[in-house]
Design a protein. Structure first.
Length: 269
């Protein structure tokens, strides 16, 4: 006995998928079907767009779940510090922890008589210092020469100065409680000025003694101080009213408990 098998024809013809990914469902018009194990065109190999202005897009394929967008390209800051705000034309941004050029290593300009707005494109640091203005202190020392000598004892040693341009203005008070080691007949000096004066002929710094005590001086004489050219000390002088001339104030004139409050100025070297 012979059995003949006749194949049953397919009811539908299977074809390659041609599905379209869209924004809504709609029926197709094809008379063919797709196999249950077919591959549907859902992705392509185009890289995702960079992060930018939001847009719906027009691609006919989808993004893979693990896709990665390229971030914004960050550049070095190139901001300009100016007198008003204005928008830039660059298409790049910079990181929030970038360093902005705000300072340079240029020394601030000297103090001047003439004000100027300036043209620098950088700012000054908060703790900058202009050459030409300085304030500080110094320690006055009594001596019988132009260098420290003996071992005088002090109850007050105060000195302050302000430097403006090429001038140094100073004031101080010096009070001793002993002058051991200082030679009586030698001229008296106050050492310790913060700067040296200019060493030019006639460049004597002026000074006064506003108050003094413990001085063994003749009535009619006035104690003063002066700064000789090219030095950083004061020489104490006596102005003799009757003679109309200066003579040196010596250690003999300065008692063990002597004191002097002095002030003056001189031109800087």
């Amino acid at each position: 006995m012979t059995i003949n098998v006749t194949p049953i024809p397919r009811l539908l013809e299977l074809a390659t998928p041609a599905l379209t990914l869209g924004t809504s469902n709609s029926a197709g018009s094809a008379n063919t079907a797709i196999g249950s194990d077919s591959t549907v065109l859902t992705f392509d190999t185009t890289l995702p767009a960079a992060v930018g202005t939001s847009a719906v897009g027009s691609a006919t394929v989808a993004a893979r779940r693990d896709h990665v967008h390229a971030g914004t390209t960050l550049a070095a800051p190139s901001l300009t510090l100016g007198t008003s705000n204005s928008g830039g034309a660059a298409a790049t941004a910079f990181a929030t922890n970038s360093t902005i050029l705000a300072f340079d290593a240029t020394t601030p300009a000297d103090i001047s008589d003439t004000a100027a707005a300036g043209s620098a494109v950088v700012t000054a640091r908060r703790d900058h210092v202009h050459e030409g203005w300085e304030e500080g202190t110094f320690t006055p020392v009594l001596s019988h020469g132009t260098t420290a000598a003996g071992s005088p004892a002090y109850s007050t040693q105060v000195g302050r100065y302000t430097k403006i341009g090429n001038r140094c203005y100073f004031n101080g008070t010096l009070t001793t409680s002993g002058i051991t080691g200082l030679t009586g007949g030698n001229p008296a000096y106050i050492l310790g000025l913060p700067f040296s004066s200019v060493n030019t002929s006639g460049g004597v710094g002026s000074g006064v003694i506003g108050e003094a005590g413990g001085m063994a001086i003749t009535a009619g004489n006035t104690a003063t101080v002066k700064n000789n050219p090219g030095t950083s000390y004061l020489r104490m002088m006596l102005w003799a009213t009757t003679l109309g001339a200066n003579t040196s104030l010596t250690i003999t004139n300065w008692s063990a408990d002597g004191s002097a409050s002095f002030a003056g100025f001189f031109e800087l070297a």
